[in-house]
Structures are given as C-alpha cells and as structure tokens.
Design a protein around this ligand. Sequence first.
Ligand SMILES: C[S@@+](CC[C@H](N)C(=O)[O-])C[C@H]1O[C@@H](n2cnc3c(N)ncnc32)[C@H](O)[C@@H]1O
Length: 236
Amino acid sequence: MPNTAVQIGNLKNRGFKLEAKFWQEKWKSVETPGFHKSEYHPQLVKNYPLLELSPNDPFLIPLCGKSLDLKFMADKGHKAIGFELSIKAVNQFFHSHKIKAIQSDVGPFKRFQSEYIDIYCGDFFKWREANLPAIRGVFDRAALVALPPKMRQEYYQVFGELLTVGSQILLIAFEYDQNLLAGPPFSVPASEVSRNYASHFNIKKLSACEVEISNPRFHQAGLTHFQEVTYLLTKK
Ligand SMILES: C[S@@+](CC[C@H](N)C(=O)[O-])C[C@H]1O[C@@H](n2cnc3c(N)ncnc32)[C@H](O)[C@@H]1O
C-alpha cells in the first residue's frame, strides 16, 4: 500500500475537498508533521533585512501550519497574519507560545486574534472574505510547493490581486525530478515561477542550494538531487 501522500499526489484533477481532507488527516495523524521546523526558517532570518518593511506592517504567511516564522515576524514588530486549514495546528501554535487569542467568526473563517499574530483558520483561497489590512510582505515556505499544479494556478493569481506595488514575497521553492516522486512537496521550477509571477512581479533569485535528503520517502524514490531555491519577488 503506497503512503497517502503518493496516492493522493497521483490523483488527477483533485479538487479542494480532497486536498483539505489530506491536510486535515495529516494533522490528525501526528502531533507534529514532518514539514514543521522547530526553529525559525534560516532563509527568513537571513533575508529579512531585504524585506522593505516598516514597523507594524502587516505580513502574511499563507498555509502557515504552526510555523515559528509567525513568531519571528511578530517579534520584529509586524502584525503577522497566517492562514491555516487545521484548527489543531492553530491551537497548538497559540498554546505552545502561551499567547492568548480571541476567537471570532469572520466570513468563512475562525479568526484567532492576538496583539501581534492573527491566524485565520479556513481555506486561504477565500482570503477576500477575511477583510485583510494592506499586506506589505509574504513569506511562502512550503505553501506554493504544497499545492498540486491545478491549485497552484489559482494560488499565483491571489498575489497579483492581494498585493500593492512595492510589496514583496520571499518565496522558497523546491526543484527535483517530479517523475520520480509525486508531491507534496511539489517541484516548482524557475520556469514556472517566472511564467506565473513575471507579469506582476520583478523576480530576483537569491540562492539555490542542495538540501540534504533526509526524508526516507525521497530516498526510496531514488532522488539524488533536491534543491531549495529562494526568490525575492517585488510587486510592479
Ligand atoms: C506543507 S505545510 C507548511 C506549513 C508551514 N508553512 C510551515 O512552513 O511549517 C502546508 C500547510 O498548509 C495547510 N493548508 C493546505 N491547504 C490550505 C488552504 N487551502 N488554506 C489554508 N491552509 C491550507 C495545511 O494544513 C498545512 O499545514
């Protein structure tokens, strides 16, 4: 029996319902999924000075899980705003950082609001109904690459609409041989990033580094090459 990620990754034309079920089950099945990092993401820490942000600027982390990066941005004085499907992940986030959050219903979302961090629990693709403040920066780690090709098309369009001129996205993408392994995480090559973002953003490749393949699933698939590529996108 193949593991669920591969099984679901192989299904063509899967819609949001199946996608949502996959992530909800992933969060249900373990306390902390393998993608979660127990430290701030090194690319965010390193490249934060490149983000042209002012104190208090709202900063978005889409598909945030219980990422510590929300805390990093809040500690820098920004209003960190996350979107996450799994209420378990959201509860774990506030509980583990001992942050009190007020809950309210905002459109289709359950909003968890604290002084510096708000998380909207629900489907990010409904972001228009969240009444967001003007977002000046985005950190995309394991968000774009978590989505299958069809959903990525919808995802690229969000930022053309959501962000104003000068706003930035710090994006981390992966590149590997997709023929050897079904995602997530998906391989999103530079050609795809450029094809979908170049009309709205100036794209600067900041770094590309080979990542150690520690995941047994990747080993079993025969992957020998797995690159993490970091981009800075600035809205034109
Ligand atoms: C690969 S994880 C990455 C989490 C986080 N960015 C991190 O670095 O730890 C992707 C997350 O997106 C959430 N997710 C998937 N689809 C979503 C959607 N449509 N709206 C909101 N969250 C979603 C999943 O529940 C999961 O926690």
